[in-house]
Design a protein around this ligand. Structure first.
Ligand code: SF4
Length: 212
């Protein structure tokens, strides 16, 4: 990460935190991935059942490894022995106490945009878990809501499709074709404007470059 990027994030990060607070999110800015990991884990109330949505960010900064360390009471769909059990665990995650994830894009004025194939991640962010912790790299912060939708549709989705090995037009071309294919991971697209109730959604911004 260049000095210029660090400076950009340090300058805009606190302003984004203030914008988030005006929308009733709890919000924090951390310069490094390590700081962000510690902050995110500190926001889990003791004794909570914790679940999480698929997130490269949470994996990159070490949160998933920590959740699986045995210190937490977790619902981990990757422990499922069958497809049916995995679905069952994903359904149970909707009623976890704390839910952790990232976001596909965020605006400078504090609105979140997310795309989802199954809808479980966006559903849990919105309703069910009483405590939602989102760790978001500053590379995902863009100017406007239109920019956020563009990032989600034209960068995040075509990239995630490659990770999941799905059969969509963007898996072939790398570019969104606004498809309606059965494998479409843009089935559910959400905008979160405000945390309601206040403080339910907690956001940890990461200044260090997390890549994607
Ligand atoms: S082609 Fe389909 S799956 Fe790929 S980004 Fe566009 S809508 Fe989403």
């Amino acid at each position: 990460m260049t000095n210029a990027e660090v400076l950009r994030n340090q300058k805009i990060g606190p302003r984004v935190v203030e914008a988030l607070k005006k929308r009733h999110f709890e919000a924090y800015y951390c310069d490094t991935a390590q700081e962000a990991k510690v902050k995110a884990l500190s926001l889990i109330p003791e004794g909570d059942v914790v679940a999480w949505g698929g997130s490269v960010t949470l994996e990159q900064i070490g949160v998933i490894d920590e959740l699986r360390s045995g210190k937490y009471n977790v619902i981990d769909r990757d422990t499922a022995q069958s497809g049916a059990e995995r679905v069952q665990l994903m359904r149970q995650a909707l009623l976890a106490d704390t839910y952790m994830a990232s976001s596909n894009a965020m605006t400078e004025d504090g609105q979140l945009v997310n795309i989802d194939g199954n809808g479980n991640r966006v559903a849990a962010m919105i309703y069910g878990p009483k405590n939602v912790i989102l760790v978001i790299g500053m590379n995902k912060v863009v100017k406007t809501l239109e920019d956020a939708w563009q990032r989600a549709r034209n960068l995040a989705a075509p990239t995630n499709v490659q990770r999941f090995g799905l059969e969509t037009p963007c898996s072939v071309t790398g570019s969104c074709a606004d498809c309606t294919s059965p494998d479409c991971i843009c089935a559910y697209i959400s905008t979160i404007r405000v945390s309601r109730p206040a403080g339910k959604i907690k956001i940890v911004l990461v200044g260090e470059n997390l890549g994607f």
